[in-house]
Design a protein around this ligand. Structure first.
Ligand code: SAM
Length: 232
């Protein structure tokens, strides 16, 4: 069992503090945007089925933030649904930020934010934060706990979080280590990932000040079963 203690602004795990998120930066820095898009088609997210599932939850909100927006796949589907509130798109890879800035240059309701989500500090508190397409997996368990606390701090009073992940199994191209971390070796670099168990996620959200978690299963266009967690 691992023991988590809270310090002034971060969680320190008494066991080994494994860090993976910064090592994954190079993958997104190197991969061509067209190739990145092909991966979304392989998973079956390229036509925005995930946004279709959650849109009723977000359509009337004033402010939403998507963290780790990539090339803006989800933002595009949110905008296609005529969402009229404020959208913050948070990303840390310059090439992806440039791509979105150019695409949304005339849209006053979209703010592209160059930030590392581990230090997330939105201009205003959001009604909902979206963490889609396995984004949470790209952090180790202790890193996930640090970020969940920041997400809580960036949400308004009734704000909620929507996290999207694979259900149970990641379609593993790489190798799974004894500690359950998964390594994908690709021509653009290595990606390390960690799929938290439901119990771990529940513990993490409690430690971050959230009080409830609800699951919704759905199927992607390519037949994968995936899950949304609504966390309040
Ligand atoms: C799998 S992609 C998901 C893209 C997008 N959310 C979607 O659903 O299409 C994960 C994205 O998160 C970004 N990311 C990973 N770690 C991040 C961090 N610490 N700060 C900001 N962005 C990060 C990556 O650069 C990448 O664009």
């Amino acid at each position: 069992m691992s023991i988590i203690r809270e310090t002034s602004n971060s969680y320190i795990e008494d066991q080994h503090l494994k860090l993976i998120n910064d090592a994954n930066f190079e993958f997104y820095n190197k991969i061509e945007i067209e190739k990145f898009k092909e991966f979304s088609a392989i998973i079956g997210l390229d036509e925005g089925i995930d946004i279709k599932v959650i849109y009723p939850e977000i359509k009337n909100l004033n402010t939403i933030a998507e963290i780790g927006s990539g090339y803006g796949r989800a933002i595009e589907f949110i905008k296609n649904n005529q969402f009229s509130g404020q959208v913050y798109a948070v990303e840390r890879v310059r090439k992806l930020l440039d791509y979105m800035e150019e695409k949304y240059t005339d849209d006053d309701n979209i703010e592209i934010i160059d930030q590392d989500l581990k230090q997330l500090n939105l201009p205003n508190k959001a009604d909902c934060i979206l963490w889609l397409w396995s984004g949470i997996l790209e952090l180790s368990l202790p890193e996930q706990r640090i970020v969940l606390k920041r997400l809580k701090d960036n949400l308004g009073e009734d704000g909620f979080l929507l996290i999207e992940t694979p259900y149970k199994n990641v379609r593993v191209i790489g190798s799974k280590g004894e500690d359950n971390y998964i390594k994908f070796e690709t021509e653009w670099g290595t990606i390390e990932a960690y799929l938290p168990t439901f119990e771990e996620l529940k513990e993490s959200i409690q430690l971050s000040g959230f009080s409830s978690i609800e699951s919704t299963f759905y199927q992607t266009k390519t037949g994968l079963t995936r899950i949304f967690y609504k966390i309040c």
